[in-house]
Design a binder for this molecule. Sequence first.
Ligand code: GLV
Ligand code: MN
Ligand code: MN
Length: 405
Amino acid sequence: MGFAELWDSLLPLGRDPRTGGYRRQAFTPADLACRRWFLKTAAERSLRGHCDRNGNLWAWWDVPGVTRTSVVTGSHLDSVPDGGAYDGPLGVVCGFAAIDLLRARRFRPACPVAVAAFCEEEGGRFGMACLGSRLLAGAAQPGAAAQLRDADGVTLAEAMTAAGLDPARLGSDTELLARLGAFVELHIEQGSALDGLGAAVGIATRIWPHGRWRLDFAGRADHAGTTRLADRRDPMLPYAATVLAAREAAAGHAALATFGKVTAEPGGTNAISSAVRAWLDARAPDEAVLYRMVGQIEAAARRAAAGHGVELGMRLESFTPPVEFDPGLRARLAGALAGRGITAPELATGAGHDAGVLAARLPAAMLFVRNPAGVSHAPAEHADQADCEAGVVALAAVIEELASR
Ligand code: GLV
Ligand code: MN
Ligand code: MN
């Protein structure tokens, strides 16, 4: 089956008709529909569908009697709230389409090949980015992960149980890891560098270190119409000062800092909030700069909180150290693509990926597909069909290179 038909079969699932964006947070009905789509797509190809102990999905092209470690591709199917269609699903669909292409060419792999869809990559529901790959790789504590809560207080354990999975089995999967020889994730580029370079596909070099911090500003609720300004302990004020400080710190460090999620309690228009909870997403080219910037933001937040009689709690929710993708594997990707006449520039990214987590445990690499406007994590995210098809051809060339004798 060609890319377009496969892409269209996934496209309606979880799309918000008001915005055109996707709401496929882990284990929600939309995500469960995507998971069923994955297993059906695998079954239609006689690929062995499997859900591992951490909720990650696998579609195995087995090679009977072969014990060599496998070549895995794939990405994730969950989305940020109101995300684009491509971030994640493009890598999964291209994985299946690349297998279709290889089979049409009668390619016979010398080792197992698999397509994977990792669980809760965005951390859009339970807060920890790349949760499924972190658990698989032993980079997240299963007990703590099981108790992560979504905005409604539902734990990961409860959500998994409702989806028919056993949270008691969460945790590092050394047996599965030992079978993985290499992981190559294809992903839409989340900037417009490839467009500027006139290339349909690129190869990732590294991922910036990044993390998420939760800030809890606790003030005192009161009446908006009667409380004198001087008497207020309004948590919204230090929060606002912190947003501005983050912007200034990021600019000063040539880094990135974002507050994209905030809640105010109890949320009355005519009341001073009792508490403001906000999440800082911070990223920088190197770890020392990242910590300096976050330290600066925290100091500003503490100063502002003290100035308004507000308590501040701040804690790290997830962290990804810098990732250098395996140079040997990258060179093999570049060689395989060059052999097919494909020019693939190299680029670094500030976005996190399952390939970055798995890179700590096995050779991993990434292919990027051009995103003309560079928009991502938003409904306007887009890649042209011809570029997606070029991605399939590139991925097939890479799998062929890695899974040959
Ligand atoms: C993943 O998309 C990230 O937030 O970097
Ligand atoms: Mn994303
Ligand atoms: Mn992604």
